[in-house]
Design a protein around this ligand. Structure first.
Ligand SMILES: Cc1cc2nc3c(=O)[nH]c(=O)nc-3n(C[C@H](O)[C@H](O)[C@H](O)COP(=O)(O)O)c2cc1C
Length: 235
């Protein structure tokens, strides 16, 4: 079945019309034709085409906003946030984040995860010193170290903890918090130094740190949808 949808948007001074051809199945959404008109004085552009890169980045962003599926807004709103205000995070929000993490899927439902919650400033600073890309921990109100007990799930602790991490990141966006995943495992030296700093047992892997705070900036939601990465029925 082929379905035609006409959407219009009026963000800023742009008037955009977007014709979306929607095939059966959520993943098969294509931009069929885009026409846009810039309304500010001195600029006028009219465009018809199919999935082409053209004009300015802001123009492109506008088109992505127009074609984003509103039902997935919360997924698209999860963006890495690395700048925070000095505000603290309420205890009930911390518990909500951990509840989201523990709701993740897990192989054989083994749930090998453990979470170290860090809010003390000297400890956050120590983590920032160790992690080579973790300077934002100096500003963060909270860090969560996502750990996996290798004796409980030796084969799948990384996947299980990754699922928990993504749940926490999405929950943070839902709660109006800013967060970023800081990779640790499988960087051995980084993992060992952080494990020592946090007193984590040797049998427990440290997948990542999540730096969290009240956001100073709010990156735009985006899809990153790329039809060239999809292979139907076979590659
Ligand atoms: C395994 C992994 C490790 C990452 N490590 C870092 C990191 O050390 N420092 C950092 O600032 N961001 C880190 N990120 C965040 C990515 O840079 C970010 O997700 C990517 O640029 C896409 O941007 P977005 O999260 O806003 O969509 C990491 C993400 C993943 C999945």
């Amino acid at each position: 079945m082929v379905q035609f949808t006409l959407s219009t948007g009026f963000p800023g001074s742009w008037l955009a019309c977007c014709l979306v051809i929607k095939f059966e199945g959520v993943a098969k959404i294509r931009v069929g034709c885009v026409a846009a008109l810039h309304l500010s004085p001195g600029y006028r552009a009219l465009f018809f085409g199919s999935e082409q890169v053209f004009l300015t980045r802001s123009f492109l962003r506008l088109i992505l906003i127009v074609v984003m599926d509103k039902r997935l807004h919360l997924i698209f709103s999860r963006r890495s946030v690395r700048e925070y205000t000095a505000e603290r995070i309420e205890e009930r929000d911390i518990i909500a984040l951990l509840e989201a993490g523990m709701a993740a899927p897990s192989a054989n439902n083994r749930r090998p995860w453990h979470f170290v919650v860090i809010t003390e400033k000297p400890r956050l600073k120590k983590l920032a010193e160790i992690h080579p890309h973790g300077q934002m921990l100096n500003q963060a109100a909270l860090a969560i170290a996502v750990c996996g007990d290798k004796t409980v799930a030796p084969d799948f602790w990384v996947q299980d903890c990754s699922a928990a991490t993504e749940n926490i990141l999405i929950a943070a966006a839902m709660l109006g918090l800013g967060a970023v995943w800081l990779g640790v495992h499988p960087r051995e030296q980084r993992e060992n130094e952080l494990r020592t700093a946090l007193g984590i047992p040797a049998s427990v892997g440290l997948l990542c740190l999540i730096a969290i705070g009240k956001p100073k900036i709010k990156p735009e939601p985006r899809t990153q949808f790329d039809s060239s990465r999809i292979h139907y029925e076979q590659w």
